[in-house]
Design a protein around this ligand. Structure first.
Ligand code: ADP
Length: 438
């Protein structure tokens, strides 16, 4: 830019100098005429190059940037550099985009890019195959018009894309699809679709195997346990010196039966794909029942409080939720030393029903908390066994909650106690207060 300023300055100075010389040599009139002619030429020259610029701007092409004269040569050279930089960036962008499209096309997962109106911008071949889309025809079509699974439409509308959804493919009943939405940029979405049929098959085989083994073991164990008890009860059948061994055998078979019952419960819940009932559970009677059971289990060793909100109920499977709540309460009793307090809370928090159990028990170290819902994960094996634990209680709770779209939260301080809370989704919460707020 400084070049332009200098050039203009020197041109002006030269014109002024020439005019002064003409004035001195001839007359003032001659000098003024010279100045006028020079200015007209100057303006016409600018108008000409402005016109060239206007023509070029209509179809700006790198090869057709005008040469220009004087200051215009500097301006057009600047434009040429700028244009060259832009076209280089454009080539790089196109190459990157093509690379991205080639990479996503090679992915085994289906990828669909949606704009802020949930219309298809682009999709890769696996997405066409898995979701029945046609990239050439379906671009700019709303995704909900083409992917019509009820679960997907409510997932898309929920705006809560934390967890993927699983649907049975409408094109092939044998195929199970996992669909996940990811928001990016300004309200654009990436839809990732995966065929998880093989994984499903392995899971089903594992579940069936555990269920079958547990089922097969139940009868022989019942028989062995029954005979052991009969033997112990039969006069003179067991000598005093061997009675301890028999008692131990009875205890161990009883424990194995509990484990088998829990394994069967777990595989029954896991293989149940039906959405849990949406009938309203009367929580008041259920909570009283849970409190009475806890009092019986505690056998007077703890104080059991119930702090429940009236007219707060939930929709779900009564049998399953009773099992989940009872598991948490019985854990609180089993892991709280004599004289401790256990409080069952049932409250509405931010429009969500929350069931929680607080105890003043042994507490759990932070590092164990994330793993508590794994099958057979115990912090203290001995204590779990001594109190009749199977190590499967919280795994059962997790599955029941998953089916009800509820979340489990554990807060605990070692040596002070724990709080296990279950938060239910708003859709399953039935409360007079929610109705008033609406
Ligand atoms: P278990 O039958 O062993 O109790 P769970 O699956 O119910 O199995 O619980 C897993 C582990 O979590 C338990 O072994 C125990 O170490 C820990 N735990 C569960 N509830 C509590 C609690 N209220 N206080 C302390 N530890 C607990």
């Amino acid at each position: 830019m400084s070049d332009i300023r200098w050039k203009t300055f020197w041109l002006g100075l030269s014109l002024l100098g020439a005019s002064l010389i003409i004035w001195a040599a001839k007359s003032l009139v001659a000098a003024l005429i010279f100045l006028c002619i020079a200015l007209v030429i100057y303006i016409v020259n600018h108008l000409y190059w402005l016109h060239q610029l206007q023509i070029w701007l209509k179809t700006p092409s790198l090869n057709e940037v005008p040469d220009g004269r004087g200051v215009w040569a500097i301006i057009f050279s600047g434009l040429f550099q700028h244009q060259r930089k832009n076209s280089r960036a454009e080539v790089e962008l196109v190459t990157a985009l093509e690379g991205f499209q080639r990479a996503t096309s090679a992915l085994p997962d289906g990828v669909v890019v949606l704009n802020h109106r949930d219309e298809i911008e682009w999709c890769n071949p696996p997405a066409e195959l898995l979701l029945g889309l046609d990239a050439s025809k379906d671009t700019n079509q709303p995704i909900q018009n083409l992917v019509r699974y009820a679960e997907f439409i409510s997932y898309l509308q929920s705006k809560n894309y934390g967890d993927p959804i699983i649907v049975k493919s409408a094109r092939n009943i044998e195929t199970t699809l996992q669909i996940q939405l990811i928001v990016f940029g300004t309200a654009q979405k990436l839809l990732i679709c995966r065929n998880i049929s093989a994984q499903e098959k392995i899971d089903t085989m594992r579940r069936d195997f555990i269920a079958n083994v547990s089922h097969e073991l139940r009868t022989p164990l019942t028989v062995v346990g029954g005979f052991l008890e009969t033997l112990v009860d039969t006069k003179d059948a067991v000598t005093e010196s061997t009675r301890t061994y028999f008692d131990l055998m009875i205890n161990q078979t009883a424990r194995m039966r509990l484990i088998i019952e829990d394994l069967l419960t777990l595989s029954r819940i896991e293989s149940n794909n039906e959405v849990p009932s949406v009938s309203v559970i009367n929580m008041s009677t259920l909570l009283t029942m849970i409190q009475n059971d806890a009092t019986a289990l505690s056998n007077g060793k703890h104080t059991i409080h119930l702090d429940a909100e009236d007219s707060l109920n939930i929709k779900g499977s009564r049998e399953e939720l009773l099992s989940a709540f009872t598991n948490l309460v019985s854990n609180a009793v089993r892991y709280t030393p004599e004289g401790g307090d256990i409080t069952i809370h049932w409250q509405l928090k931010n429009k969500h029903a929350v069931f929680s159990v607080s105890d003043t028990g042994i507490g759990i170290e932070e590092r164990h908390i994330a793993r508590l819902t794994e099958r057979f994960y115990r912090v203290d094996n001995g204590r779990s066994r001594d109190t009749g634990g199977t190590g499967l209680g919280l795994a059962i709770v997790k599955h029941i909650l998953g089916r009800h779209k509820a979340k489990l939260e554990v807060k605990s301080t070692l040596g002070k106690g724990s709080t296990f809370s279950i938060t239910f989704p708003q859709s399953r919460t039935v409360s007079e207060r929610n109705k008033e707020a609406a």
